[in-house]
Design a protein around this ligand. Structure first.
Ligand SMILES: [Zn+2]
Length: 89
């Protein structure tokens, strides 16, 4: 049995449990907070830049390149998040 020290009361308790046997405090709080953050990031809408019909051709071109860059960037982030979540276990 993997034991982990409770951050709240200092007693050693079953590390597989979500809550401390002694004080009921949440174990590995930082880890759970990080998981929550990841979930939020996945549900986050990608703030894509808008291309307007009346934009100058140069602005349109610039925005297209920028948007492609954003797409690639978010694909890499998603890919990294997938790797991170699959290696955690
Ligand atoms: Zn405790």
């Amino acid at each position: 049995m993997k034991e982990s020290k409770c951050e709240h009361c200092g007693f050693w308790t079953n590390g597989k449990l979500e809550k401390c046997n002694y004080c009921g405090g949440i174990l590995n709080e930082a880890y759970h907070a990080e998981r929550e953050q990841l979930k939020k990031a996945e549900g986050m809408k990608i703030p894509f830049i808008q291309i307007h019909a009346d934009d100058h051709w140069f602005v349109k071109m610039y925005k297209s390149v920028f948007r492609f860059g954003q797409l690639v960037f978010f694909m890499i982030i998603t890919f990294l998040a997938m790797i991170a979540s699959s290696t955690v276990h």
